[in-house]
Design a protein around this ligand. Structure first.
Ligand SMILES: [Zn+2]
Ligand SMILES: [Zn+2]
Length: 439
């Protein structure tokens, strides 16, 4: 017995996850830090600078939220950010590294150099459903606060606006253009349903398998055809069979991007577009090799040819944690009343991918999550968009700005902390040659 409507998914597993998470959240202890960070006078200067900019930061967050722009087209947004920076004494460069909507501002001087990152792209049809208006304005506030003390702490801070996180990989493009060559570490935050000091994000690659067959009349001369759609279906089924043997952190999802035109013509061309996600660069590379074998097997069994188009957008790496720096974030959120969770409390399967991962394998990085919504609201929904523009979103802008600015000040002002941050990065394998990693 079938009917037109789909069968609604049973939500008992989701509810069990949410209940288990609520218990774990209640019992979790935030990360601590053995380091002292910046001196108290610098911390006070950071606070007063952000207080003085608070009204403008919240207004900018609301303005961006009301005028969402998609990746690489964030012209109005980046201009509004530059205007806020100018009002607070920092001339920004708009357009760099080959990206019209990238931005950079910074302090002068010598010494260690840390960058705060700002994203400001939105999602088609959903507006700021990923809350990048909060990322941008918390980043701007974090920069302003840290810039007020960077010189006296003996270092430099920059704000780098990175376009098109939602698929376009602006950070990878900017990195390849050398924009991060003189940057020692990066910090940013992301709005979420919980406060979390470190939350895993998966690496992601794209693969389009394009199968080439031989077209033929499907009734009169099918024996003269080679069916590219059969190859694509075989590949899709091959991936389904692969899933059972994948690590739990791996995800593969695909859609048919070309399935032929008419039933009475054997399709000469068919294509499947897959996203591959995995928790480490090495496992993502292994997943890619399995997918390659499936594509060739499907081509072989159907007598078709195959082309593999990898990463029409830059591949995203997973986030490499820096616990030392994340510990300072956690400590620096104490005064706001937030208690950022350590990793492993909120289920790590509830995650996506970000191009911050690509920077986190080049230099120490943090990407803490800051709560703007209740625990059940997911990113990329209209409910999350509403939260990002609500008073809880505004609160996250200011609490987040303070957390970022104090963490930057700590990095610049505490040589022992800085050494530990970089020791941890080196112990995790040091800098990866990201552009050639998947070759
Ligand atoms: Zn997103
Ligand atoms: Zn996002």
């Amino acid at each position: 017995m079938s009917h037109a409507a789909p069968i609604p998914p049973d939500d008992s597993y989701l509810r069990s996850l949410i209940e288990a998470t609520a218990d774990a959240v209640a019992n979790a202890e935030p990360l601590d830090s053995p380091h002292t960070g910046a001196d108290e006078a610098s911390r006070a200067a950071v606070r007063s600078t952000i207080d003085a900019a608070a009204t403008d930061l919240v207004a900018l967050s609301q303005d961006l939220h009301a005028h969402p722009e998609e990746g690489f087209a964030e012209h109005r947004s980046v201009r509004a950010l530059a205007d806020l920076l100018a009002k607070h004494g920092h001339e920004a460069t708009v357009g760099l590294g080959g990206l019209d909507t990238a931005l950079r501002a910074g302090t002068e001087g010598e010494g260690p150099h840390i960058a705060v990152l700002a994203e400001y792209d939105a999602l088609p049809g959903l507006g700021h459903a990923c809350g990048h208006n909060v990322i941008c304005t918390a980043g701007a506030g974090g920069f302003l606060g840290a810039a007020a003390v960077a010189d006296r702490l003996g270092g430099r801070v920059s704000l780098i606006g990175t376009p098109a996180e939602e698929g376009g990989g602006g950070k990878e493009t900017l990195a390849r253009a050398g924009i991060f060559d003189d940057v020692d570490a990066v910090v940013m935050l992301h709005p979420f349903s919980h406060d979390i000091a470190m939350h895993p994000f998966l690496g992601r690659r794209q693969l389009e398998m394009v199968f080439h067959g031989v077209g033929a009349h499907a009734s009169a001369q099918p024996f003269m055809g080679r069916n590219a759609l059969d190859a694509a279906v075989a590949a899709y089924q091959g991936v389904s069979a692969l899933r059972q043997q994948l690590p739990d952190s791996d995800r593969v999802h695909g859609v048919f991007s070309d399935g032929g035109a008419r039933p009475n013509v054997i399709p000469a061309r068919a294509a499947v577009l897959f996203y591959l996600r995995s928790g480490s660069p090495a496992t993502l590379r292994d997943l890619a090799s399995r997918m390659t074998a499936i594509a060739h097997g499907a081509a072989e069994m159907t007598g078709c040819g195959v082309e593999l188009h990898w990463d029409s957008q830059p591949a995203y790496l997973p986030i490499r944690f820096n616990t030392t720096l994340a510990g300072r974030w956690s400590v620096n959120q104490r005064g706001t009343g937030r208690k950022p969770l350590p990793p492993g409390v909120v289920p790590e399967s509830l995650t996506g991918s970000t191009d911050l991962g690509n920077l986190s394998y080049r230099m120490p990085a943090i990407h803490p999550m800051i709560a703007v919504s209740d625990a059940t609201t997911a990113l990329h929904t209209k409910e999350f968009a509403a939260a990002a523009g609500s008073p809880t979103g505004d609160a996250a802008v200011l609490d987040g700005a303070l957390g970022l600015a104090l963490t930057v000040a700590d990095y610049l002002g505490d040589a022992a902390l800085r050494a530990a941050v970089h020791e941890e990065f080196e112990a995790a394998g040091g800098a990866l040659d990201v552009p050639s990693f998947f070759d």
